[in-house]
Design a protein around this ligand. Structure first.
Ligand code: ZN
Length: 278
């Protein structure tokens, strides 16, 4: 299992600082936070960014994220497709083969399960067509929050299955898995090669419906049954990318390298019991 570090964890650090912090902490993989990359590319080229990654022995493994891809009015949807194309072009230069894409809130006035399924499949197929020439995969990430149109692993997997494109898979994020009430058996029904990214984190003890990103904690410090999740991932033969993704403002005040080291140590403690880790 490849351990990665997600740039959201150190939100206030810039992209070069993330690359250095990840490298110093022993990570071989970094998930790029897209807003940081936009800032870097405002006065650098993608080739310069690739050189920076190479220099520090870190691989860019994903770009996070294109948010709220579904249920967009036509003009906004054109913007989503253009952004997808742009990130694919950059990803291709960087040798970064995954983009995380996120479903939208349920539209005001509501939507049935069938409508959400149909819209999500349609959009994922269209974005997959854009990504295909660049050898980029789309990783669809359900959000456990009450307002999101795709909230559970089961629902997300149904969408990815029906989308049925070689370059479309999903993300399991432990915070969203727990907050949205995904079930442990639902992991066993997913094809392991379709789990493109496993976002690991923990969360404070509080009612699930009140969980927000800011309540995330280092793995092992909260109440998510990470062992139960890992056992099932192991059982189905998942051996892909496991990346530490936290959005805790308190952590953003810490030194990025120190935080990256702490994140790696905490994750190894939890994951190391089940997986060989690099
Ligand atoms: Zn995530």
């Amino acid at each position: 299992m490849l351990l990665g570090f997600n740039g959201a964890t150190t939100m206030k650090a810039d992209l070069p600082a993330d690359i250095v912090a990840a490298s110093q902490a022993g990570f071989k993989a970094l998930e790029i936070w897209a807003a940081k990359m936009d800032r870097y590319l405002a006065d650098h080229t993608a080739a310069e960014l690739k050189a920076l990654f190479d220099q520090h022995g870190v691989r860019p493994v994903s770009i996070n994220s294109i948010e709220f891809i579904t249920f967009r009015p036509p003009a906004e949807y054109e913007g989503i497709k253009a952004r997808c194309q742009e990130l694919c072009e950059i990803g291709h230069v960087l040798g970064c083969d995954k983009i995380v894409v996120v479903p939208s809130p349920t539209p005001e006035g509501g939507a049935t399960g069938e409508e959400i399924q149909a819209e999500s499949v349609k959009v994922l197929r269209e974005l997959a067509e854009i990504a295909k020439p660049y050898d980029v995969k789309l990783a669809f990430e359900f959000l456990g929050f009450g307002w999101c149109s795709v909230r559970t692993l089961e629902q997300c997997w149904e969408i990815v299955k029906e989308t049925n494109r070689a370059n479309v898979g999903l993300v399991i994020d432990t915070c969203h898995f727990y907050a949205g009430g995904s079930t442990l058996p639902s992991i066993e029904r997913v094809e392991p090669k379709r789990i493109l990214i496993f976002h690991i984190n923990d969360v404070e003890e509080r009612p699930r419906e009140t969980i927000e990103d800011a309540h995330r904690l280092l793995p092992g410090e909260g109440v998510i049954p990470l062992d139960d999740i890992l056992i099932r991932l192991k059982h189905i033969g998942f051996d892909g990318l496991c990346s530490i993704e936290l959005f805790r403002p308190e952590y953003w005040e810490r030194d990025p390298e120190e935080l990256a080291r702490a994140a790696r140590a905490a994750t190894l403690e939890v994951v190391g019991a089940y997986f060989e880790v690099e």
